[in-house]
Design a protein around this ligand. Structure first.
Ligand SMILES: [Zn+2]
Length: 180
């Protein structure tokens, strides 16, 4: 009797843990208004990887067809390439943005790489931001201003992997600080 009781209970726990793990690492969950940001701190390197439905950033998810849409794409690319306007690492760490890479499954132009399309009518933007910090021991967080620039973004699911450990935090309008 005890074995019958314990086995299903243990299995349920294992399943719950497995589904948590899957949810935390599932790429490409496409929900309008929501985006994911992964932050990795490794020595003097700070890596930020954003994956967002294009709708959050542009209000549409296809190749731009009008001058207004082309201007919207250009402004988005300009904002994100100026990494310091959307991310503010701890000032004392003296971090400098080194590279910004933008890619989308929609053909956006503006030197944004085009990745393979899903063909479901939806498209994401993948943005990778690399920073080098002169004083990495002082790096304890980053402020994220994406929602001020892109009001279509209502919730940012952040995962951090830092020397102090891993954590997850949700940013919403008015909450912009990630600390570790
Ligand atoms: Zn979509």
């Amino acid at each position: 009797m005890k074995i019958h009781f314990l086995l299903p209970a243990g299995t349920a726990l294992a399943c719950a843990l497995a589904s948590l793990h899957t949810a935390a690492h599932e790429p490409g969950a496409h929900v309008h208004g929501v985006a994911e940001l992964r932050i990795v701190v490794d020595g003097s390197q700070l890596q930020l990887s954003l994956e967002s439905p294009l709708d959050n950033l542009l209000g549409f998810e296809h190749e731009p067809r009008t001058d207004v849409q082309r201007t919207t794409v250009r402004q988005m690319a300009r904002t994100l390439r100026d990494a310091g306007s959307v991310f503010t690492p701890t000032a004392a760490a003296q971090c400098h943005a080194t590279t910004v890479r933008l890619a989308s499954s929609a053909a956006l132009g503006e030197s944004i790489e085009t990745s393979a399309a899903d063909g479901d009518g939806h498209a994401d933007l993948d943005a990778d931001f690399s920073w080098t910090c002169d004083h990495p021991q002082a790096l304890t967080g980053v402020d994220v201003d994406l929602m001020r620039h892109f009001p279509g973004l209502r919730r940012l699911k952040v995962q951090v992997a830092a020397p102090s450990g891993q954590r997850a935090v949700d940013l919403v309008p008015g909450r912009r600080s990630v600390a570790w």
